[in-house]
Design a protein. Sequence first.
Length: 157
Amino acid sequence: MQQNKCTKQKKIMAVLEQDLFQHVISLGKQAVDSLKAGNLDDFYRLSEEAWQKFPEPRSSWNQEYNFCKMCFKHCMDNKNYTIAKVWLNRMVENNNHLHLSEYEVQHNEARYFFEIGNYGDAYEKWQYVTKDAGLRYFENEDPKYLDFYKNPDKFIH
């Protein structure tokens, strides 16, 4: 008789070596400085350059998630939804691998869908988030998101 064995795998959270992380952070700061100076092209270029410094497989690094989130936020703030989608996809991939922040990812997907006019998907994502997390992800956000969530009929026909 063969015995079934269940083993628990402990997920190791990969953290970048300090010198490499500082290099990524330095490029990230340069990117944000470019953004503050109004140079969006340099922000996009430097952000991508910093992203390329993460070793393969890129979805394995804890610091990557927050870096992607920062880039996504700035792209959304500057209404560059094409590049925001790239960073959002990277956040999703990282979260799928490390399972860091499911609700936050879903909330950011909802924000993206809302901004591109895909209100049905935005509402569906926010329903998922609020089911367990309540309305906390709407705090410190543009009030239009919560207004939409509470009054979807204004947008969804």
